[in-house]
Design a protein around this ligand. Structure first.
Ligand code: FAD
Length: 226
């Protein structure tokens, strides 16, 4: 089984709730696929999970979307970084993280309603509420966007939490050790439309779990997006 963790398996999980929560929290993923000549290529891109589907989207001319949509085996990775783990020894320095690896073959979404809902999902995944605030995609824009769906039936999660794991003989060394929490944060908003009030999606961003706040549920957001 491709998703059986061999290295530090105690950090692994195949729990759907763990996997889906990481995919929902990670803002971007990395898609690995065979490039020209078969050598591996890994491309960072946006994603959204809706139910058991992971959607990718972009320009029809994208090499990544063209290749991944052709039915080749792909591997998608999403990572959320939670902390810098500083050990007494350099050897035991690490990260606290939550990551997902998913394998499968994607298919192109041709059903216009599924495509439209997936595109709403991308906006909701970036910022909850945004899909209803912006102009909706025109028929031409829908046509100009390729959407791929990867069923998430072969995926694993790996999670590291907690303090550095120093060797016993190093614990007494007078060297600072500990965890520096890290995460995405909201910066100072730069308005392109200063005469307009901040929309609810932007005002709510600081509550978003990816920026330190509430849990995001892509599936219900898509349903609510109308
Ligand atoms: C931010 C970050 C930094 C890391 N830094 C390092 C590093 O510097 N050096 C290092 O060796 N490792 C690092 N790791 C761990 C790394 O992702 C691998 O888990 C590890 O290298 C073992 O790889 P492997 O191919 O031997 O795993 P194996 O256990 O052989 O992989 C088998 C299967 O387990 C699952 N799996 C493995 N790793 C992950 C994962 N991270 N998330 C979800 N599923 C997984 C996959 O389904 C994979 O096909 C880091 C992970 C993260 C998220």
């Amino acid at each position: 089984m491709r998703t059986r963790l061999r290295r530090l398996p105690e950090r692994g999980s195949h729990d759907w709730d763990v996997i889906s929560a990481i995919l929902d929290e990670a803002l971007v993923c990395h898609v690995g696929f065979p490039g020209d000549g078969g050598a591996p290529v890994v491309i960072p891109t946006a994603h959204v999970r809706v139910g058991s589907m992971l959607y990718l989207h972009g320009a029809p001319a994208s090499r990544m979307l063209r290749t991944v949509g052709s039915g080749v085996d792909v591997c998608v990775v999403a990572t959320v970084l939670d902390g810098l783990v500083l050990a007494r020894s350099l050897f035991h320095h690490s990260f606290n993280y939550r990551s997902v690896v998913a394998f499968g073959r994607a298919v192109e979404v041709v059903d216009l309603e599924e495509k439209r809902r997936a595109l709403m999902g991308f906006a909701e995944h970036v910022l909850r509420g945004r899909s209803a605030e912006a102009r909706q995609p025109s028929a031409g824009e829908l046509k100009a966007t390729r959407v791929l769906a990867l069923r998430l039936d072969e995926a694993s999660a790996k999670v590291r939490t907690g303090p550095p794991l120093d060797d016993a003989e190093d614990v007494a060394l007078p060297i600072w050790a500990g965890v520096v929490p890290v995460g995405l944060g909201i910066g100072t908003v730069v308005a392109e439309t200063p005469s307009l009030p901040l929309p609810a999606s932007v005002r709510g961003a600081e509550c978003d779990v990816r920026f330190g706040g509430r849990v995001f549920d892509a599936a219900s957001s898509v349903e609510n997006a109308g």
